[in-house]
Design a protein around this ligand. Structure first.
Ligand SMILES: *Cc1c(COP(=O)(O)O)cnc(C)c1O
Length: 383
């Protein structure tokens, strides 16, 4: 290779490679919708809900417009509001706590576990005590399955049960992941997920879904999804939203779900290659026993003393993109800094925000490209 040539840029997520693999299936699915013209609540929406239920084992699936709406609709159905406390990890995408704050309830931020980046159950217990001390009513907990790996649902459910809290699992990054042999969507009382294009199962726009075994909750969610409709569209029995997933996205997701299992396997091969190539120079992600991650992100921790900006710049110079999820934890954000954090603080969230960095990760990352990434990471650390 000519020394002066810039190295070929590597995509962070290769949606185009997936498009090539899907061939004309997606085009044909979209074209069917363009023919029947049932753009809202078309037959594909019901088909997708059935397919997602079969895939996860959840009894009821209510698709919706985004992962954020999925969270918000559940909180609305649970009638969460001012004076209520809902516990969330601080190291997460802002939508987790945002949905709580939008209802008028108080998000109480708790710490995460250093090894898995997911909710620390001891901090959750401290957070519950914090909320009570502040005169708030503990109502629910939102564990997040961060970067594609399940939270410790058994431990969280035990605390929730003892305290009478509902569990809303934020599986926006982890649809398809398993915990102790069962797919997410079947833990806690209800699960919210997202089909944003960059998520493990993404559509070609915005989308989301709510999964639950609770028939009554599913019924309420279907009402909230269409402005709180009652017996018909013009009978409004509660507040709601325009929360529907459109037919076009449902049609696309049906096709993408067919190859998803295979993509999960491919993502795990990629993760294994990273762990092998990088495990002795950085802290690679730890997958707890009994878990299968879907690797929404491959997030490493840099050794102490490594300048993260310089590290990212060194990789960029070689055509390798990186991203930082998340440079600030939620309690460090302007919009959320006045909400309480669990007694004892959230030191792990703060440490992670300082030293994590995510590498390219998708099902179509070939061995040769990955070797280039691994070599560049090792090179940047030894210079
Ligand atoms: C992406 C994401 C959401 C929100 O999903 P949208 O579909 O973008 O609204 C919520 N929680 C977490 C943890 C996410 O990563």
């Amino acid at each position: 290779m000519n020394q002066h040539m810039r190295p070929e840029p590597v995509p962070f997520i290769d949606i185009a490679a997936q498009r090539r693999r899907l061939g004309t299936a997606v085009d044909e699915a979209v074209s069917r919708v363009l023919t029947h013209c049932l753009f809202i609540n078309g037959p594909e929406v019901t088909q997708l809900e059935a397919a997602l239920a079969a895939f996860t084992g959840a009894k009821h699936v209510v698709t919706c417009a985004s992962g954020t709406d999925a969270l918000l609709m559940v909180l609305m159905a649970k009638e969460v509001g001012p004076g209520d406390a809902v516990f969330c990890p601080s190291f997460t995408f802002c939508a987790t706590g945002e949905a709580v704050a939008l209802t008028g309830a108080t998000p109480v931020f708790v710490d995460v576990d250093e090894a898995t980046f997911n909710m620390d159950v001891e901090s959750l217990k401290r957070g519950i005590a914090t909320a009570k001390r502040l005169g708030l009513k503990p109502k629910g907990v939102i564990p997040v399955d961060l970067f594609g790996q399940s939270a410790d649902h058994d431990a969280i459910s035990a605390v929730a049960e003892a305290e009478g809290l509902f569990v809303l699992d934020d599986a926006a990054q982890a649809f398809g992941a398993s915990y102790k042999g069962r797919r997410l969507g079947t833990f806690g009382h209800v699960t919210a997920t997202s089909f944003f294009p960059a998520k493990p199962l993404g559509c070609f726009g915005d989308g989301g879904a709510i999964l639950t075994d609770d028939a009554e909750l599913a019924e309420t969610l279907r009402s909230i999804r269409v402005h709180g409709q009652g017996s018909d569209k013009y009978d409004n029995v509660r507040l709601g939203l325009t929360g529907r997933l459109d037919t076009m996205q449902a049609a696309i997701l049906i096709e993408k779900l067919r190859i998803f299992e295979d993509e999960i396997a491919a993502r795990n091969v990629v993760a294994q290659r990273y762990a092998q190539g990088l495990g002795n120079v950085v802290t690679v992600p730890h997958v707890a026993s009994g878990m299968i991650s879907v690797w929404a992100q491959y997030t490493i921790r840099l050794p102490k003393g490594v300048d993260r900006n310089e590290f990212a710049a060194a990789l960029k110079a070689q055509g390798i993109p990186t991203a930082i999820y998340y440079p600030k934890s939620m309690h460090q954000q302007t919009a959320y800094r006045d909400y309480p954090i669990a007694d004892g603080g959230v030191p792990v969230c703060e440490a992670l925000s300082d030293d994590v960095i995510s590498l390219p990760m998708h099902a179509y990352l070939d061995e040769q490209t990955q070797e280039r990434i691994i070599k560049a990471v090792r090179g940047a650390l030894s210079s």
